[in-house]
Design a protein around this ligand. Structure first.
Ligand SMILES: [Fe+2]
Ligand SMILES: [Fe+2]
Length: 357
């Protein structure tokens, strides 16, 4: 399965205190086995550090060594070998079955008595290396597969965000020609969510889901949505239904991002004091993401230019939000908003710079 060349490049470490045996085995492996990368180690105390540094493909380990014997070396290498497939060929002049079994039990992949046939040690080493090479091949294929899955997941996520943004823009298209509102708004929401202690994962969900807050505007007639004058009470009642229409559109979705989008669509016009719509929820009955979107939406509406008003400065908009603490908005949320106001201003500037480029 593997070429001669691949075998010849394999790194073999011989651990044996008898230099004569080193020289002999190294010559056999080079001449008859065709192996090119062989290192010999006479000092068993250096076994562990040599394995880490040389990273061999196979160890030929003499068991009877001074100071640290082959059993102890295998013990030292135990956790390393749990992480890396490293075959060990134990060799020894000791003939007893117990000894041989102990070596195998302690982790030797194979056992060979000294003296051995040259051909036999070469065959055994080749067999063990074949396993090692197969193992390495499978490992690198797994790594490649994992990288591919990661890449595809990222692509999927990016296209999901793209689709949601486009969908949200379609809903905003009629009354907000730039679409910049939903981009700014989603970033404000994400910053507020982080400031409120959301996990990274939930912050990302908020970022992705919040552009859909007004998706229900799709169901509001032009005569109301685009009316240049103040809405009548009746018209405003219809306008309010963009929350329930949005929630209906997103109902039954299974993905966390769509579930969050539904919550936001339904609750982003609820007020802390119970005066909002559609349900008139009060205090913590209102989902926190709904309140986060509410603050962000109001802030952005105030700093934006409309046919009937000039844009407010971020400081003026912030004052308005602060004045609604405990009325329209959760008090703690307003406190956090004040703390991160510079981040809101930064987002406003970044979006302006982007759109002017
Ligand atoms: Fe809305
Ligand atoms: Fe909005």
């Amino acid at each position: 399965m593997f070429s001669k060349e691949e075998f010849s490049k394999a790194k073999i470490l011989i651990i044996d205190d008898q230099k004569l045996h080193h020289l002999y085995l190294e010559k056999v492996l080079r001449d008859a086995g065709g192996f090119q990368n062989i290192r010999c180690l006479a000092d068993p105390l250096k076994a562990y550090s040599t394995v880490l540094e040389y990273n061999p493909d196979l160890i030929v380990l003499d068991i009877l060594l001074p100071q640290l014997d082959g059993f102890q070396i295998m013990e030292q290498l135990h956790s390393f070998r749990e992480r890396h497939y490293l075959p060990i060929l134990a060799v020894s002049a000791e003939q007893s079955t117990d000894f041989r079994l102990k070596a195998l039990r302690m982790g030797a992949t194979d056992f060979l008595h000294k003296p051995y046939e040259n051909a036999e040690i070469i065959f055994r080493i080749r067999n063990m290396l074949e396993m090692r090479l197969m193992h390495m091949t499978v490992e690198s294929q797994n790594r490649l597969l994992e990288e591919k899955v990661d890449e595809r997941t990222k692509e999927l996520k990016a296209s999901q965000i793209e689709i949601i943004r486009r969908l949200a823009q379609a809903a905003e298209f009629r009354d907000n020609e730039t679409g910049a509102h939903i981009i700014r708004m989603s970033h404000y929401c994400a910053r507020l969510a982080r400031a409120m202690g959301f996990s990274d994962q939930d912050v990302e969900l908020v970022l992705t889901a919040s552009p859909l807050h007004d998706i229900g505007k799709i169901g509001i007639p032009d005569s109301i949505l685009l009316k240049p004058a103040k809405l009548t009470v009746q018209e405003f009642e219809i306008m309010k239904t963009h929350t329930t229409i949005g929630a209906q559109l997103l109902t039954g979705a299974s993905s966390p991002v769509m579930k969050m989008a539904q919550t936001i669509a339904l609750s982003h016009h609820e007020n802390w004091d119970g005066t909002g719509y559609p349900k008139g929820l009060k205090g913590d009955e209102i989902p926190l993401v709904g309140q986060i979107c509410s603050v962000s939406d109001v802030f952005d509406a105030l700093i934006s230019e409309r046919p009937y008003k000039r844009p407010w400065t971020p400081q003026q908009a912030a004052q308005e939000i602060i004045s609604q603490k405990g009325k329209k908005f959760k008090p703690e949320l307003v406190d956090r908003f004040e703390l991160i106001l510079p981040e809101f201003i930064q987002i406003t500037q970044d979006c302006r710079n982007e759109s002017s480029q």
